[in-house]
Design a protein around this ligand. Structure first.
Ligand SMILES: Cc1ncc(COP(=O)(O)O)c(C=O)c1O
Length: 398
């Protein structure tokens, strides 16, 4: 019997290990530090229910009808308002609403990259971004990350055996997975580098609004206003997934006009438009004024959990495990200093009832086998302490 031959793209696309781990997270008694999901117990169900009722009462016909590809005006206006709060005032015309920021990343990548083109990424990098670049057939070069985010100076000594990058992609605040935030000085340096080298810099920022300590750093699209010609070379992505609810599947991009038009044309072909119903609910929710208080609650809870996990890991491992202390976001990124292989440890840890993501999956090239990513946001304080103890038991058994 003949079997269907799949495309090269389908064949080279593997399911992400992180998604596979989500299945283990469902096992009874498992403490999962693996997922990157927001805590559903904190969703503002009451507020979203009220917003939904208002949509039915005031705009049911529009909310249930097809809509325009770039997104509903009311939501683009609401997003422009959020961007002003983030220090980057933009006009609603510069905003494209997407089906999650994942789609915006896909649209920008498809609009810029041809197979064989090179994207500069961080090392470690957001896994599903690497999947998109791979699917397109693009190649990557990587620059390291330290406590101030991506090491921009490393762009000056990229490998010479690959073409010059056409795009640079990074997660600017409390990155997935490194937890690092790109410093103001490096943002300015990067904007200048983008113009000088004519490389498009795409800033992905789903976590910046989840800051529990310290002060926010301006998005690069705001800094680009002070550098002649730079606005053409920078773009910004963000999402309601981590601050409201991922099930809405609403993200957005702020892009230069020509690139935004290209993304709209491609989006027409992919899904016509993002769910009008979700967009209406999101716009009504923002208009209700509940978001700032909700964000504050989420930050308070996540901040306490981040501290609790940091304390539990220090208690359990001392100097054997080095990690960043997150000031925001959803991830704690660490590295075993005693040579422990995080993937081997996971097999034993799973049997002991705790899972996490081995850090090697996040490397576009040579992986660090001792790196490890923990997410603490869905686990309470007592379970975080228990999780660290189970991990210690696994470490001893290895
Ligand atoms: C860095 C980063 N970018 C983009 C996304 C995609 O988010 P969404 O499509 O839900 O907006 C995620 C989700 O985990 C992420 O971590």
């Amino acid at each position: 019997m003949k079997t269907l031959t799949l495309s090269e793209a389908a064949n080279r696309t593997r399911s992400s290990d992180v998604r596979e781990l989500l299945k283990d997270a469902q096992l009874p008694g498992m403490i999962s530090l693996a997922g990157g999901l927001p805590d559903p117990a904190l969703f503002d169900v009451e507020g979203l229910e009220a917003a939904t009722r208002e949509v039915f009462a005031s705009e049911a016909q529009t909310a249930l009808q097809y809509g325009q590809t770039d997104g509903q005006l009311a939501l683009r206006q609401a997003v422009a308002g959020l961007m002003a709060e983030r220090g980057a005032p933009v006009s609603p015309d510069q905003v494209l609403i997407s089906s999650g920021s994942q789609q915006a990343l896909d649209l920008v990548s498809r609009s810029i990259l041809n197979p064989g083109d090179v994207v500069a990424v961080e090392r470690p990098s957001y896994l599903a971004a690497l999947q998109i670049f791979h699917l397109i057939g693009a190649d990557t070069v990587s620059i390291p990350v330290d406590g101030d985010g991506a090491v921009v100076d490393a762009l000056l000594s990229l490998p010479t055996d690959k073409p010059k990058p056409k795009m640079l992609y990074l997660v600017s605040n409390f990155a997935n997975p490194s937890g690092a935030t790109l410093s103001l000085a490096r943002r300015k340096q990067l904007v200048q580098w983008a113009v000088d080298n004519q490389v498009f810099v795409l800033e992905d920022d789903p976590y910046g609004a989840l800051r529990y300590r310290g002060t926010a750093v301006a998005p690069m699209i705001a800094l680009a206003k002070d550098v002649p010609g730079a606005l053409e070379w920078v773009g910004y992505l963000s999402s309601f997934s981590k601050i409201v609810a991922p099930g809405l599947r609403i993200g957005w991009a702020v892009l230069p006009a020509g690139l935004l038009d290209a993304c709209v044309r491609i989006k027409q072909a992919l899904d016509l438009h993002t769910s009008t119903f979700s967009q209406s609910v999101a716009a009504k929710y923002i208009a209700s004024g509940r978001l700032p208080a909700h964000q504050q609650t989420v930050c308070e809870v996540y901040g306490k959990r981040a501290d609790a996990l940091a304390a539990a890991l220090t208690d359990a491992f001392g100097d054997k495990l080095k990690f960043n202390r997150p000031d925001g976001g959803m991830f704690l990124w660490g590295r075993f200093e005693d040579g422990t292989n995080a993937r081997q440890l996971l097999k034993i840890a799973r049997d002991k009832g705790v899972i996490y993501v081995p850090g090697d999956v996040f490397y576009p090239d040579t992986p660090d086998a001792s790196a490890i990513r923990f997410s603490f946001v869905t686990v309470d304080k007592a379970k975080l302490a228990e999780g660290a103890q189970r991990l210690l038991a696994a470490h001893k058994a290895l």
